[in-house]
Design a protein around this ligand. Sequence first.
Ligand SMILES: [Fe+2]
Length: 141
Amino acid sequence: MIMWSEKYRIGIDIIDYQHRQLFNLINRLSKGKTENQIEVLKELVEYVKFHFSAEEKIMKKLIYPNYISHKNQHENFKKKILRFLMKYKRGNLSMLEIQSYIEDWISNHILYEDMKIGKFLSGKEIQNFSRSLFLLSFFFP
Ligand SMILES: [Fe+2]
């Protein structure tokens, strides 16, 4: 079980919303029959792809300095959960093990990596704001 709390808010509404959706999917993973669990895991793979690409677009727009390393983490995680899906189908891994790995990864990734994007954006906004004030001061001394 992974519960949303304020500590996960990075301050970019669309991303915060998607993270909540991710948490909901993760919590559904170990419920129901095996066939359903496979379906939920597939749904999670698709949502993760969609969500990562949204984050990557935002990072590109912001000219975020850690873009490459952040994107690499996304790529590795996507590969990892696809491997989990195969192992689960073969019966080599339990859904609880998969769920607990995904919970840990997502939680750490949001708190340490995604959080930096939020901070970078708020720093940028302040810079732009003071830059406008600086420019205005020439016209209205
Ligand atoms: Fe991310």
